[in-house]
Design a protein around this ligand. Structure first.
Ligand code: ADP
Ligand code: LRH
Length: 485
């Protein structure tokens, strides 16, 4: 009997993580894939925690969840006569852990939400002019880009920096690599050459081997360490395959676009809003508009803006729950949708909203600052967030079209936020474009597809991978409402 090969995707976002088994559905035994089936085998929550006076990730706890998820994947696969062929890992970008020569993590990794990197921006820019940084890296300025975080480290001697997915892969396999799509978010990566920008390391006095060598999506990182294999119940020959380890890179792989020119919004804690290009746009106008040129799978460029996202809402929900407010998300969105259009707005990208706590008050204060009033009412605050996000998306998509000299008439929304019908409709209204929402689990799908292609179960480039997603998942279409155009 042939044992069917399936793929384990470890996908950890800033708000939650999951381990998912992905199966490629084939038309017949020899036929090409016709779709991807996902089965969530383990879910866990994530969030920043205060440790040793800083906002960090509880990485040790996350790694235990990864092991539990892989154990579940092995059990579920075995029960169905299947074998986990490989494991792919993706998480949020930018953050890293420091690992010493003995392979031990020196501390729990800082979160990009910790304020320490803000003070490092000035000193970094005194060594490297921001215009030169952009011309090389094409990276949007964000105060928490890895380059600024590294400048706060008291000691980098004798340690290596591993981005979060690379750190997980290292603990599973003992192999140290830096996956290229995530490397492109560090501020130390050359957007044109697709290599480390070694001159930037020199200018900042950083060792050139501070990060391990690059690896491309689809290449094998290594096989499981024997002690890990026995803990999770998988053969030690199981490989960890590099995927678009930046979650946004994996999500963009699974945007179910059928047309060549499309915009996407990867909607979760953040909103990643932009286009897929063949070449970076490194112009002064692009820098001024704060667009990023992150690397995508297959050498593509994710030309996008990292904008405020559903963090604004989830933080409000956390505050309201603490105050005893009990309406669930769907009811809250319904109340917000019933309010009239044209209410007050905030700039969701303001760095004022990066830190946690007191979000409803901060949003109200930001509105008051513009001379308007926002009542202390969850529905009104939710509506303000939704209107502000939709207006921001419309601005970003128009700017991307202008800067990249492209035109799009469809906007794909993927990720957890694709379930937010109010936001999808407001986005259609604000952009004047058709919005196609789904799939929710685009990131895990992109992760699985890159593994499946590496294993030869699917073939082709991104259009072929996307066709598998478009054919097999329920998508919802929102058309602009004329009254609000
Ligand atoms: P991340 O990967 O950044 O952790 P996700 O892609 O998982 O984020 O998206 C999480 C967000 O999706 C939540 O903050 C929430 O606002 C939104 N969301 C999740 N489920 C639903 C739902 N059923 N309806 C509307 N919005 C939802
Ligand atoms: C989304 C994301 C985004 C980054 C941010 C730090 O999860 O990876 O693309 O900019 O987190």
């Amino acid at each position: 009997m042939t044992v069917r090969s399936v793929f384990a995707a470890v996908d950890i976002g800033a708000s939650s993580g999951r381990v998912i088994l992905g199966r490629i559905k084939a038309a017949d035994l020899s036929g090409a894939g016709t779709g991807v089936e996902l089965e969530v085998v383990h879910r866990f929550s994530n969030g920043v925690v205060e440790i040793d006076g800083g906002l960090r990730w509880d990485f040790d706890a996350l790694f235990e969840e990864v092991l539990e998820g892989l154990r579940a994947a092995s059990t579920v696969a075995a029960a169905q006569g299947e074998q986990v062929a490989s494991i792919g890992i993706d998480t949020w970008a930018v953050d890293y852990g420091l690992v010493n020569a003995a392979g031990k993590l020196t501390a729990q990794p800082f979160s990009y939400r910790d304020k320490r990197s803000r003070a490092a921006v000035g000193p970094v820019h005194r060594k490297l002019d921001p215009a030169r940084l952009y011309a090389t890296t094409g990276l949007q300025f964000l105060q928490f880009n890895t380059i600024y975080q590294l400048a706060t480290e008291p000691a980098l001697k004798g340690v290596q920096a591993l981005l979060i997915p690379d750190l997980i892969a290292f603990l599973l396999t003992g192999q140290r690599r830096t996956e290229a799509t995530n490397a492109s978010t560090t501020g130390l990566f050359d957007a044109v050459a697709g290599e480390w920008a070694t001159e930037l390391f020199t200018a900042l006095g950083l060792r050139k081997d501070l990060f391990p060598p690059l690896i491309q999506p689809g290449e094998t990182v290594g096989t499981l360490l024997p002690e890990i294999a026995s803990r999770v119940g998988l053969p030690a020959s199981t490989s960890v395959v590099a995927v678009g380890s930046h979650d946004t890179a994996s999500a963009v792989v699974a945007v179910p676009a059928q047309e060549e020119d499309f915009a996407y919004i990867s909607s979760g804690t953040w909103s990643l809003v932009g286009l897929e290009l063949r070449h970076p746009v490194l112009t002064q106008a692009s820098r001024e508009a704060n667009f990023t040129n992150e690397r995508g799978v297959d050498g593509t460029i994710r030309y996008l803006r990292n904008m405020g996202g559903l963090w604004l809402l989830s933080e409000c929900q956390r505050t309201w729950a603490g105050e005893g407010y009990r309406r669930d998300l769907q009811a809250l969105l319904q109340d917000a949708g019933a309010l009239p259009a044209g209410g007050p707005r905030i700039n969701p990208d303001d760095s004022y909203f990066i830190a946690p706590d007191n979000m409803p008050e901060r949003i109200r204060a930001a509105v008051h600052h513009t001379g308007e009033l926002l009542p202390d009412d969850p529905a009104a605050i939710t509506r303000c967030i939704m209107d502000s996000l939709a207006a921001g998306y419309a601005r970003a998509i128009s700017a991307a079209e202008r800067l990249a000299e492209r035109t799009v008439d469809v906007v794909h929304v993927v990720g957890g936020g694709s379930q937010n019908q109010l936001l999808c409709q407001l986005t259609a209204d604000a952009t004047g474009r058709r919005v196609v929402a789904g799939p929710v689990e685009a990131t895990a799908l992109g992760n699985v597809l890159v593994q499946a292609r590496a294993a030869g179960q699917v073939t082709g480039g991104l259009p072929e991978l996307r066709a598998l997603v478009a054919g097999g998942h329920e998508l919802r279409v929102f058309t602009p409402e004329l009254s609000t155009l």
